[in-house]
Design a protein around this ligand. Structure first.
Ligand code: HAM
Length: 420
């Protein structure tokens, strides 16, 4: 039987792992500079957390969650996103007690049973950030600024910030009523999914990709015409703050997010190179979520960047530098000495590689070249007994003879020289 990874679950192989790590390191650096602390939440949570947090009638909760019973008969879900878990942790550990204002980030895998395609996986990874306790739209603009700065720093191409306000429960109610009335006028022309959505969660029709529905939706009433005064003012202030930072954006009045916890601000960053799954990052404000999950009345806002999608639109990083030294030893005694020396040099912070197979000098030189070693130390039984070895500079293409007892200091001295 041939084992293969499960559909939608991918291995992340070198050299992509180095690009991956760089993207993570840069995210950590920027987020920590902005005062975020790392939080790590479990992959499994009670299914109810996501049903209540994300919304019973969302696609994620209705059709995409990996929910199963464990051996004790308890029902768990593999997290489809991080926000609900971070909010749970914030409430459970009373992280608001000393000061409700807190900023957290986390990086890790999420799980959604969606149909796999380019940029859409069943296990995917997010850089996730959440801010609690700030109602001022300055923070809305700041989180968007962080996302856009990060994306430009990692060279993500052709990114566009789209913003919208999805209002609050107060102004959304009359809007939903009118939207439902509008949709029921076009009922015979709506797809089966939209007819169902119309009843429970009419805003979801904006995400329908069916041509006939799209034509109807183009004429549907918009949330922006229904915003109550506080929501309208919040949105106007957000735009002003984005303009203050000279961050380009587009208002997309038809953007609704696939998660029900959003209030007021919603945003997505779409990228030209991504195809159908074009959002590389997304987020928004969730002023009622902490209270809805049993905590105090504390506002929140956050975002998540999809790492797999980011990899599709950011340039490949140069492969990691090769070792400073490759030791090409010929014969059993020299191989033992090479083994000892490489151990000492690696401990001294000098990346050193050896050959394990006892290959010919030519074959070992080829390997040193393949790994991009800056220097190759060459010795056989004769050099070992005479105590003088050959050090070849692969960049300058010249070699010198060095007494074996001083080779350690000689190499350590050249530590800064790196690979060719
Ligand atoms: P989301 O829009 O569901 O939001 O996901 C955020 C990002 O995760 C997407 O823009 C995309 O880049 C990536 N993503 C989502 N699903 C997949 C998938 N199946 N395969 C690959 N990448 C995917 C959230 O998850 C919210 N929790 C974001 C948030 C944080 N809002 C407030 N705080």
């Amino acid at each position: 039987m041939e084992f293969k990874a499960i559909r939608g679950f991918s291995d992340i192989l070198p050299p992509v792992t180095s690009r991956w790590r760089l993207l993570e390191e840069r995210a950590r650096q920027i987020l920590e500079d902005y005062g975020f602390s790392e939080i790590r939440v479990p992959i499994l949570e009670k299914a109810e957390l996501f049903a209540r947090g994300i919304g019973e009638e969302t696609d994620i909760v209705e059709k995409e969650m990996y929910t199963f019973e464990d051996r004790s008969g308890d029902c768990f879900t593999m997290r489809p996103e991080a926000t609900a878990s971070v909010v749970r942790a914030y409430i459970e550990h009373k992280l608001y007690a000393a000061d409700p204002m807190a900023k957290f980030y986390s990086i890790g895998p999420m799980f959604r049973h969606e149909r796999p395609q380019k940029g859409r996986h069943r296990q995917f990874h997010q850089i996730n950030a959440e801010v609690f306790g700030i109602a001022n739209p300055i923070i809305d603009a700041e989180v968007m600024a962080i996302v856009m700065y990060y994306l430009s720093l990692v060279g993500a191409a052709d990114c566009q910030l789209q913003i919208n306000s999805v209002g609050c429960p107060r102004c959304r109610l009359p809007y939903q009523k009118d939207l439902r009335a509008f949709l029921s006028e076009h009922l015979p022309h709506l797809c089966a999914d939209c007819r169902r959505r119309m009843e429970h969660n009419p805003l979801r029709v904006f995400d329908c990709k069916v041509q006939g529905c799209q034509e109807i939706i183009a004429k549907a009433p918009l949330m922006s015409d229904y915003l109550c005064q506080p929501c309208a003012e919040h949105f106007a202030a957000l735009r002003l703050y984005l303009e203050t930072l000279e961050i380009a954006y587009e208002v997309n009045p038809r953007m609704v997010r696939g998660l029900d916890y959003y209030t007021k601000t919603a945003f997505e960053v779409v990228a030209g190179g991504l195809g159908a799954q074009n959002a590389v990052a997304a987020g928004g404000r969730y002023d009622n979520l902490v209270a809805a999950l049993g905590g105090p009345d504390i506002p929140g806002i956050g975002f998540a960047i999809g790492i797999e999608r980011l990899l599709l639109i950011s340039p490949g990083e140069p492969s990691p530098p090769g070792p400073l030294l490759f030791i090409a030893a010929l014969g059993k005694g020299p191989q033992r000495e090479a083994f000892r020396l490489s151990y000492k040099l690696n401990q001294a912070g000098v990346r050193t590689m050896i050959d394990y197979a006892g290959r010919s000098l030519k074959a070992q030189m080829r390997r040193a070249d393949k790994f991009g070693a800056r220097y190759v130390l060459i010795f056989g039984e004769d050099e070992l007994s005479s105590g003088v070895v050959i050090l070849r500079d692969m960049k300058e293409k010249r070699q010198e003879e060095i007494p074996l007892p001083s080779i350690f200091e000689e190499i350590v001295r050249r530590r800064g020289e790196g690979s060719p």
